[in-house]
Design a protein around this ligand. Structure first.
Ligand SMILES: [Zn+2]
Length: 239
């Protein structure tokens, strides 16, 4: 009986460690099993990238206006189903000279999904991105940052870079509710090579992020930073 309890305890501990490990792996911003993943670019230069996830929606013009007024080029990780719904919005992003990235077709977490499901989500989105006239490299960002084995395997096989982020003010509920706190968080944590993630395509809290963008841009410019697209930032990096 004693032996049985021992074996049971060891097995349970092993299972718990494995689950904990998988959880860490699924959420890790700087590591995945296959291929590279970028959360920040290694550079001494004061260059950073602004990235916007989700959409496009009918709100796209609001962010495009701010970027045009401040002469900043950004990177938009879009969902294929939303491009299909709002092709004109996606075209305006391309025509304004911004970079487009793939954020899957239907914004589901790419874990516990079949290989063909993942393939389909990414390829349909690449097609939608090409259809609205985008010609550059298409990098990938997983919804909610989640990945385990099949997604990195697919991306590595197709030479697609996984772009994460190192600054995400509006994912923290303590910060997301106020454009001032969003701005402060970016201002305090900014470093050369940073990739800033913001959500500006929907209403409610995301309006706070939109309102923070202009102040973030002006303040970082005053500090000597310049803004690049993700592809440009990758070129600036030393690795
Ligand atoms: Zn997203």
């Amino acid at each position: 009986m004693k032996k049985f309890i021992m074996i049971f305890a060891i097995s349970l501990t092993t299972i718990l460690f494995t689950l904990f490990g998988l959880y860490q792996l699924m959420n890790a911003r700087s590591f995945q099993v296959f291929g590279g993943l970028v959360e920040q670019v290694n550079t001494e230069e004061k260059v950073v990238a602004l990235t916007f996830d989700d959409g496009p929606t009918e709100k796209t013009d609001d962010i495009l206006k701010i970027l045009a007024d401040t002469k900043v080029k950004a990177t938009f990780f879009l969902n294929g189903n939303m491009i299909k719904k709002n092709p004109e919005a996606a075209k305006s992003i391309v025509q304004a000279g911004h970079e487009l990235g793939n954020h899957t077709y239907s914004h589901q977490r790419m874990i516990f999904k079949s290989y063909s499901f993942i393939e389909n989500e990414i390829e349909r989105t690449d097609e939608a991105i090409r259809k609205v006239g985008y010609k550059g490299d298409i990098h990938f960002r997983p919804p909610n940052g989640k990945k385990l084995f099949l997604l990195p395997f697919y991306l590595n096989k197709h030479d697609k870079k996984t772009i994460m982020w190192n600054i995400e003010p509006d994912s923290d509920p303590e910060i997301a509710g106020s454009s001032d706190r969003i701005f402060q968080h970016v201002n305090e944590t900014i470093e050369p090579g940073s990739i800033i993630l913001l959500h500006v395509m929907y209403d409610n809290e995301e309006r706070e992020s939109l309102e923070a963008v202009e102040k973030i841009i002006h303040t970082l410019k005053d500090k000597g930073y310049s803004f690049q697209t993700v592809s440009e930032l990758l070129e600036s990096g030393s690795d």
